[in-house]
Design a protein around this ligand. Structure first.
Ligand code: FAM
Length: 434
């Protein structure tokens, strides 16, 4: 039976000539033009990255390897008794483009299980943090600490051939991904549960094991699987994915790259928005004495936030122009499992109230909710109320997609990233002002 690594190796051999041909024979073909607004404006929309792992259509939302999230969830094998698929199967799909069968998923589950033990020094580093630290800072540092384990670094020092970079990177990626749930749960228990620790179970898949270490009953295993799967990838230009790719392009190992991308994810305009949504909702709930506001009262809260110059967290997107399918999937899950939850009702009221207000406000190009408007609501329902922790969960999911991307970056020999900057003077000359 072929392993994931063997299947991937065959895919890489097939893909390499395609990239080589484009580069050698069509390297001068123009892909895009760049305007001054894009140069000043965070490179919005410039087509300057390549990945085959996911593609974000502004109207439709994300597809992984050409499949919508519904198709991914439908097509991936599921553990017995679970409604949501194996996260390990998603990793297989992202890497190879193929849906694995039950046996192929089991191989990956076993691989993860073998590699899941976290070295003692990582716990020591986590323990040395003050409990008032933000969990994302601890999470990033814990990942960074693992850098001494890097197979890539060891082999690179010994003289690794360029064509084999991906294999050592693959080993690092699996070693890291297998440990992330345990590291995250340990941080959670340290910060919010007085260090109480529940050990992992080598017989469980990633989602179930995470639920076990968090000490939360079913269907939290499915919640975790869904969460990690829908947060895994959102093409290459978003802050976390781009940071991971950029740092890895200097041949920094997986640990350095993933730690860096976690720091980008920790910003309130990116991953941290899911904690911000809950913080914002809590403020509203406190003001309302936990009663559900009327539509008019909720509208007033939204306007107050906008008028004080703040953004409405969980709404808007740099690329998407419709309701995020990741939001929709979580909303459907909530309608099924927690329809009467007060926070869900708050979030649902926001779904009704915010888009027309943002349209009237006239600034946001996309008034619709993104993934972050729902994910915290589900966590809260299952008892994870320390919302500072939510972005760590996002980080576990996002690591899966970025690791898959970095392995392919190395396989296809993508070079050091190095765009060119210009001065304001130069822009004024280009504009014809000077
Ligand atoms: N509330 C209020 N104003 C908003 C807004 C929102 N939710 N979304 C966009 N705007 C404003 C934005 O601040 C900008 O104002 P200025 O012209 O004064 O700078 C204007 O509308 C145009 O922005 P845009 O082109 O529509 O969006 P950007 O591409 O600049 O930014 C986001 C995209 C996501 C950073 C922005 O929509 C936002 O701040 N949303 C709230 C935070 C959030 O939910 N982030 C999570 C995004 C998520 F999908 C993720 O990364 N996980």
């Amino acid at each position: 039976k072929k392993t994931l690594k063997q299947t991937l190796s065959e895919k890489i051999d097939k893909q390499r000539p395609r990239t080589k041909k484009l580069l050698k024979e069509y390297g001068d073909v123009v892909v895009d033009q760049v305007t001054i607004a894009q140069v000043i404006g965070g490179m919005r929309g410039i087509k300057s990255l390549v990945t085959d792992i996911s593609y974000l259509d502004p109207e439709e939302g994300i597809r992984y390897r050409g499949y919508t999230l519904e198709e991914v969830i439908e097509g991936l094998p599921k553990p017995k008794g679970g409604d949501m698929p194996y996260v390990e199967g998603l990793f297989y799909l992202l890497l190879t483009g193929d849906f694995p069968n039950q046996e192929e998923v089991q191989q990956v589950v076993d691989e993860f299980s073998k590699r899941r033990i976290v070295p003692r020094f990582v716990y020591d580093v986590i323990d040395s943090f003050p409990t008032s630290s933000h969990p994302m800072a601890i999470f990033s540092t814990a990942i960074l600490t693992l850098n001494r384990e890097s197979v890539f670094n060891r082999q690179y020092q010994a003289g690794l051939s360029k064509k084999d970079y991906w294999e050592a990177t693959y080993e690092d990626a699996l070693n890291l991904l297998a440990k992330l749930p345990e590291i995250a749960a340990y941080i959670y228990n340290k910060l919010y549960r007085k260090g109480e620790r529940i050990l992992s179970d080598p017989n469980l898949d990633m989602g179930a094991n995470f639920a076990q270490m968090m000490g939360i009953e079913k269907p939290y295993d499915d919640v975790s699987r869904l969460h990690f799967i829908i947060h895994s990838d959102h093409e290459s230009g978003n802050v976390s994915a781009h940071t991971g790719h950029l740092v890895a392009s200097s041949l920094s190992d997986i640990y350095l790259s993933i730690s860096a991308m976690i720091n980008g994810l920790a910003g309130p305009l990116h991953g941290l928005a899911n904690q911000e949504v809950l913080r914002w909702l809590q403020e509203v709930m406190n003001k309302m004495d936990n009663k559900l506001p009327s539509t008019e009262e909720m509208e007033q809260f939204v306007w107050n936030t906008l008028n004080s110059g703040q953004v409405i967290p969980g709404f808007g997107h740099a690329v998407l122009r419709k309701t995020d399918p990741r939001y929709k999937l979580q909303r459907e899950f909530s309608q099924k499992h927690l329809p009467d939850d007060p926070i869900f009702k708050y979030a649902d009221l926001l779904y009704k109230v915010v888009p027309p207000i943002l349209q009237k406000h006239g600034k946001a190009k996309n008034p619709w909710p993104n993934v972050d408007a729902q994910s915290g609501v589900i966590q809260w329902h299952y008892g994870v109320k320390d919302y500072d922790f939510y972005t760590v969960l996002f980080g576990i999911g996002r690591s899966i997609g970025i690791c898959a991307n970095i392995i392919w970056d190395r396989a296809l020999g993508y070079p050091l990233e190095r765009p060119k900057s210009v001065t304001t003077d130069m822009l004024e000359k280009i504009a014809g002002i000077k």
